[in-house]
Design a binder for this molecule. Structure first.
Ligand SMILES: C[S@@+](CC[C@H](N)C(=O)[O-])C[C@H]1O[C@@H](n2cnc3c(N)ncnc32)[C@H](O)[C@@H]1O
Length: 418
């Protein structure tokens, strides 16, 4: 039917300028979008498929967990769990007017997008191996393909008010190095926060029996992670690593997330409902790559194992939970990069650093910027010892005592609901 033209509402936006203005900031030499990050080329979106699951293409094989829809749903569920556990706070670091924030291993970008909404004057940069983030996002968030394990990060030293790392277990080969890199790239006065899940199922009352499938899963996942060169960290070491890197005012807390709604506590029961969904939907994805690639299981062996584990995850008489360690440290405002006598200053005034001889830059399918090449040339000092750790030490700073809260022990629910 023809529309009555007099009733058509005029568009309420002005037409775009015919010649668009250039954002000068986007081309400044310190702008990370050009530095070392991959432009979206076919290698980045050329997924790897294995046992019916999709994996990242850029630096293929380095992360053993899929990036398909099922996994992305798990990531978003876990985000919701953290929001519940943290009283809807996106961070525990006491941020004041941050201007530049980095979210490493951003996943679906859900955290970065919410941060961008909460801090409209701040630029949030989310990086990942997989370009799986949405494109309709607030103006102040951007996503980049980048490898946090690369020896050189794509940004200048001392450039972030806050660096956030969450759920990176199975992503990181050297956690100590990650903490040191975060220190290097935080501004003086800036914060680094890690929220890391220990995936092992635990119970405080012995309801996870030694011969249970949950206990077996713990053992196999640890072994597979070691074989895959992504060993689970010793979560109790985080504090010492923060101190050693130079962070001060370090605080940490351990949070328990029950595997199903077994606790009496209302909030933890709610957490348990979401955790149960995440496990039922996502445990196979977490297990498939690790067990097949790390321990050479066959896909159907993993499926059978999952079928045995699911009833235990659901069982309310098994009071299982996982623990997340949240740790926050501040880089001292007074931090002065140490300069060895005779050293030329590095391009960003940072402590003497020596690049390793092997190339850390992007593969040939990527487009490194001229700025990045110049920066790598300038920083002829970034050195690694044989363990691939920095030899530079920045631990001549006064440590402070950690505030370590005891997690609330959930009360048991009425077992008749089990
Ligand atoms: C379990 S997800 C966590 C996502 C997000 N941090 C969150 O908490 O919602 C881990 C993410 O880290 C990314 N990742 C793994 N290894 C990485 C690396 N070397 N560099 C950058 N990202 C990496 C994975 O692609 C995945 O998206």
């Amino acid at each position: 039917m023809a529309q009555d033209e007099s009733k058509i509402q005029p568009l309420t936006i002005s037409p775009p300028q015919s010649v668009l203005e250039v954002d000068e900031h986007a081309t400044s030499s310190n702008d990370s979008i050009l530095l070392g990050s991959a432009s979206i080329t076919s290698s980045v979106t050329q997924w790897e498929w294995e046992n019916g699951r999709r994996y990242h293409g850029y630096k293929a094989g380095s992360y053993p967990i899929p990036n398909d829809e099922k996994e992305l749903e798990r990531i978003d569920l876990k985000h919701h769990v953290m929001m519940l556990l943290c009283g809807a706070q996106l961070h525990l670091a006491p941020l004041k007017n941050p201007r530049r924030v980095l979210d490493i291993g951003t996943g679906t970008g859900i955290w970065a997008i919410q941060m961008a909404d909460d801090y409209p004057d701040c630029t949030i940069i989310g990086t990942d191996l997989s370009p799986v983030q949405p494109s309709w996002v607030p103006d102040n968030v951007r996503f980049e393909i980048d490898d946090v394990e690369a020896k050189e990060w794509a940004w200048p030293d001392n450039s972030f008010d806050y660096i956030h790392s969450r759920f990176m277990t199975a992503s990181i080969g050297s956690w100590q190095r990650l903490v040191r890199k975060a220190f290097q790239h935080c501004k003086p006065g800036g914060y680094f926060e890690m929220q890391e899940l220990d995936p092992r199922f635990r119970s405080d009352d012995g309801t996870i029996e030694e011969d249970s499938h949950l206990a077996q899963w713990n053992k196999y996942i640890c072994e597979a992670a070691v074989e895959y060169n992504r060993p689970l960290p010793n979560y109790d070491d985080f504090y010492a690593w923060f101190e050693k890197a130079g962070f001060v005012d370090i605080q940490q807390v351990h949070l328990k997330s029950p595997s199903n709604p077994w606790p009496k506590d209302k909030l933890l029961k709610e957490v348990g409902k979401f955790q149960l969904c995440a496990h039922l939907e996502g445990l196979e994805g977490v297990s498939m790559g690790l067990l097949c690639r790390g321990l050479h299981w066959k896909a159907d062996e993993v499926q059978v194992f999952m079928a045995k584990i699911r009833p235990e995850v659901r069982n309310r008489a098994i009071h299982s939970y996982q623990t997340t360690t949240i740790i926050v440290g501040r880089k001292p405002e007074t931090f002065q990069p140490r300069r060895m006598s005779g050293d030329a200053p590095s391009s960003y005034g940072q402590a003497p650093l020596t690049p390793s001889s092997s190339s850390t830059g992007p593969s040939e399918t990527l487009v490194p910027s001229a700025e990045e090449a110049a920066r790598v040339d300038n920083q002829q000092n970034l050195s690694y010892n044989s363990n691939d750790e920095y030899s530079q030490d920045v631990n001549d700073l006064t440590p402070v005592v950690a505030v370590q809260e005891q997690p609330k022990i959930p009360e048991l629910d009425d077992p008749s609901h089990a």
